[in-house]
Ligand binder design. Sequence first.
Ligand code: NAD
Ligand code: TYD
Length: 356
Amino acid sequence: MENVVLVTGGAGFIGSALVRLLRRVEPLGVVNLDKLTYAGHRANIDALAGDSGHVFVHGDIGDLELVRRLFQEHRPRAVMHLAAETHVDRSILGARPFLETNVLGTHALLAAAREYHADCGPDRDRFRFLLVSTDEVYGSLGPSDPAFTETTPYDPRSPYAASKAAADHLTAAWFHTYGLPVLITNCSNNYGPRQYPEKLIPLMILLAMEGLPLPVYGDGLNVRDWLYVDDHARALRLVLDKGRPGQTYNIGGAAEIANIDLIRTLCRRLDDLMPESPHRPHERLIRFVPDRPGHDRRYAMNFKKVKSELGWEPRESFVSGLFQTIDWYLEHPEWIQAVAGPEFRQWLKRQYGTAA
Ligand code: NAD
Ligand code: TYD
């Protein structure tokens, strides 16, 4: 077994932050398997061009023969599985790609990992299969409910959450049935540089910069618990190295905020950073629009387990992380141009009727 990790979805938002961390701190070799869907971009891994410890493979996790070959060629000591269809709104419009990638794709990876693990001889105890999942599998909290713990019953509400819950259950089944040493992490909403602009924070930044309406679903009082992407990547490395097989670890940002408060903070920051903008005050662009069907009211993560067992807690405060994120988007127009092309404009039109 080599000191190599097979990362899936490493050209996406969280995956690319993870791959950069894996190559930077106590470096591990990385084989990065990514299909480059609309959400995956080579621009996210530009910094790794010329790094011989990072091998990019353009392919689908559901391609069993390809995945088998990667296990045999690279003999990884772990899989860190992030590849997924990830956007709730898209899952509401059509669930099939979510089932194909999140459920069947995860199944293909588990099947190939199981064969490989069985063939690893004395090294097999070192092998790990880490699945990156979401707090959305736990359902929706009321305003004064305690935060989700690792024993909160699953109650997925959106097609996205249901597909991730299925992947979690399959992964846990591979531990109990076949003895595959799996780890599952469930995290809250991530934010930071290089997030595809269909998700709330980058969407609001890009729309506000262009003076386009900022669509707030429902009453804007839905609450999310925001986790800075580099804090998340650090947690994943720690769980990989020190987590106990068969266990789930919740990872949260300790940063609950209502959407409307977040968007107002973001608008005021843009006012300060763009004194010449004709769109100031950016709050003027806010529009309350019909609610998302089945919109979960509140998510919040209790991450005491990962804190007490592994010593992890978030380092970034929400306002400072948000400001860094806004700065990053303003400073990287070339990334926006590479990533937010015609496909993104079509999405805006379809979802919001925004002609842009
Ligand atoms: P993302 O949409 O930015 O990236 C997903 C990546 O997976 C893309 O690079 C895409 O090309 C790749 N991919 C999709 N289908 C594939 C397939 N069939 N084969 C190979 N590659 C494929 O997503 P993200 O925000 O980086 O999320 C990564 C993981 O973290 C996902 O599993 C997601 O469910 C989970 N997660 C994300 C958040 C969040 O707030 N972003 C929160 C909780 C959990
Ligand atoms: P999103 O980034 O899609 O993440 P998730 O649905 O996985 O939590 O949305 C974050 C929150 O922002 C969620 O409560 C829905 C809300 N939202 C809007 O109000 N308007 C939008 O245009 C989007 C994309 C999200």
